[in-house]
Design a binder for this molecule. Structure first.
Ligand code: ADP
Length: 527
């Protein structure tokens, strides 16, 4: 392995700070204290100081971003970039290298264009899901943009980090079409058709002439994305927000196998999510609290989970899914869903139908909203249910084939690894057409150092054990990017060496996000 831990950086020199102020203005260069209050990682033990930011800069234009990168190269200070910086459970907006200057793109927050006919927008990276939603509503556009479970993040940042949402464009990285990127040396490139001046298909056709390199800028430290095309769906005439509840823990593989053909054939068009009763409890008014469900030590026992499922009438597993189309098309899709799960004893389908245009006024439930792309912050309540107000979690998120027996194998493995840890955890699954992302949330309160330490000690063991069984992280917290990258070991880690070669070629001074996803610039590898 060639990766090393990042060396500590003392901070920003007075000369470098003065140059940043001259470039951006004093109000766009926040000091360490203000940066620390506004940005950071809320989901870790607050007393751990190794996530210090020496300053935050707030560029407003592409030229500002170019200037910041050039100053970083000249003075040799490391940068960490966020759009909104809400990547919580994966490190928030904290940097990998202590003392980095945080580039926050919150002021680059314009929706530049909405092309109603092609259902596409071009946005700057500071645009939040809430902002795009409001913009579409205010403009009278009959378009639905996909949103993740929490709507306060950046449309672009979330997609670059491979986040997911729950409309037909729930694979957020896949719905980005056409990027403008500032490379570490300050040069601006456009991907795809945008590389031709004035080309009208930049945000419509996903490839260009020659190698397509949009993917190089996701989970990456090769450039700062300053504009992106974002695909949306036309408001459907009719929308069904549904759920399938299965009664027993062991029904999960049958549910997954029943749904796979529906996804492959396009009957179900969005990424369904399968949830655990305790996670749902946080969202149900009047549901019993965590201590009412289980007051003893350790995680909630299976019998108490089953009792909670009965009391809430939510099934041991609940899968939410959505159907879109004209009314008869949605009805036909629903018939196909019913037929697919008919063989699972006790499976129950519920749901609410909406005319597409009335969903904004009528949808109140988080499931109904998010599958129509309506952003909210309701899911915070699920977190509070486990770990109290201002509670935290770390997500262990791996990819599995979309087959029931594979999900069982993964869950058996995770149950074995979690046994004796005393930690609360639950598994949620987000289904793609051919894979499932299994998100195991590990809960703690950030002020409880002992529990946070236990979670941090356990996590790398989970990463290695899961990888040994063929399950890889799709995304990782800052502290576990190296161990995550190490698991990609084919041809003696050739993928990492390829990433390092790109890094060294594009960022020879190694200033942009050193260590992001385990890719360290040459100077750090030598150290
Ligand atoms: P969100 O607020 O949507 O959760 P963040 O702004 O925290 O997303 O970004 C998540 C991660 O994505 C960042 O840590 C960074 O690695 C990457 N990222 C975000 N915005 C950009 C960008 N404009 N250019 C390059 N990488 C970015």
């Amino acid at each position: 392995m060639t990766t090393t831990q990042g060396r500590a950086i003392a901070g920003l020199s007075a000369a470098a700070r003065a140059d940043l102020v001259a470039l951006l203005g004093a109000d766009a260069v926040l000091d360490e204290e203000t940066s620390g209050r506004e940005y950071g990682d809320p989901f870790t033990f607050a007393g751990w100081h190794d996530r210090r930011i020496s300053a935050t800069v707030l560029p407003e234009t592409v030229a500002d971003v170019q200037g910041v990168l050039r100053l970083a190269g000249r003075h040799g200070f490391p940068l960490w970039v966020v759009s909104q910086g809400r990547n919580n459970a994966y490190g928030g907006s904290a940097p990998r290298v202590p003392g980095s200057v945080l580039v926050s793109l919150r002021r680059m927050n314009r929706v530049l264009e909405v092309d109603e006919e092609h259902a596409v927008a071009r946005v700057e990276p500071g645009v939040r899901f809430f902002d795009l939603y409001d913009h579409l509503r205010a403009g009278g556009h009959r378009l639905w943009s996909s949103a993740p479970d929490l709507g306060w993040g950046s449309v672009v940042g979330n997609a670059l980090e491979h986040g997911v949402g729950y409309t037909v464009h729930g694979d957020h990285a896949a719905r980005l079409c056409g990027l403008e990127v500032v490379l570490p040396d300050g040069e601006v490139v456009r991907t795809g058709m945008g590389a031709m001046e004035g080309n009208g298909t930049w945000n419509l056709h996903p490839r260009g002439f020659g190698p397509t390199f949009d993917g190089l800028f996701g989970q990456s430290n090769l450039g700062i994305v300053t504009k992106a095309g974002v695909w949306m769906m036309p408001e459907p005439e009719h929308y069904f927000s549904g759920s399938i509840r299965v009664p027993r823990r062991e029904d999960l593989p049958a549910l997954v196998d029943a749904v796979r053909p529906l996804l492959l054939s396009g009957v179900v068009q969005n990424p369904p999510a399968i949830g655990h009763p305790a996670f749902i409890a946080g969202l149900v008014p009047g549901a019993p609290s965590r201590s009412e469900v289980h007051s003893g030590p350790g995680p909630i026992p299976e019998a108490a989970v089953a009792a909670l499922a009965d009391r809430l009438d939510v099934g041991r597993w609940t899968m939410r899914f959505a159907l879109y189309g004209t009314e008869p098309i949605v009805a036909a899709r629903l018939d196909a869903v019913r037929a697919a799960v008919a063989a699972i004893d006790g499976a129950r389908i519920d749901g609410t139908s909406f005319a597409g245009h009335e969903v904004h006024d009528l949808a109140r439930d988080q499931n109904d909203q998010v599958q129509a792309g309506i952003p909210s912050l309701d899911l915070m309540k699920a977190l509070d249910w486990y770990s109290g107000p201002a509670g935290g979690h770390l997500d262990f998120s791996v990819v599995a084939p979309l087959r029931g027996n594979e999900i069982t194998r993964l869950h058996d493995l995770l149950d074995g690894l979690m046994d004796g840890s005393g930690l609360d955890f639950d598994n949620a699954l987000i289904l793609g057409r051919r894979y499932a992302i299994n998100v195991m949330q590990l809960y703690f309160h950030p002020e409880d150092e002992a529990t946070v330490s236990r979670v941090w000690e356990l996590y790398p063991r989970l990463v290695r054990a899961a990888a040994a069984e063929g399950f890889a992280l799709y995304r990782a917290h800052l502290d576990f990017m190296d161990v995550g990258a190490e698991q990609f070991d084919a041809h003696d880690h050739a993928q990492l060496r390829f990433n390092e070669r790109l890094k060294d070629a594009l960022d020879p001074t190694g200033v942009l996000a050193p260590g992001k996803q385990g890719v360290w610039p040459a100077a750090y590898r030598a150290g």
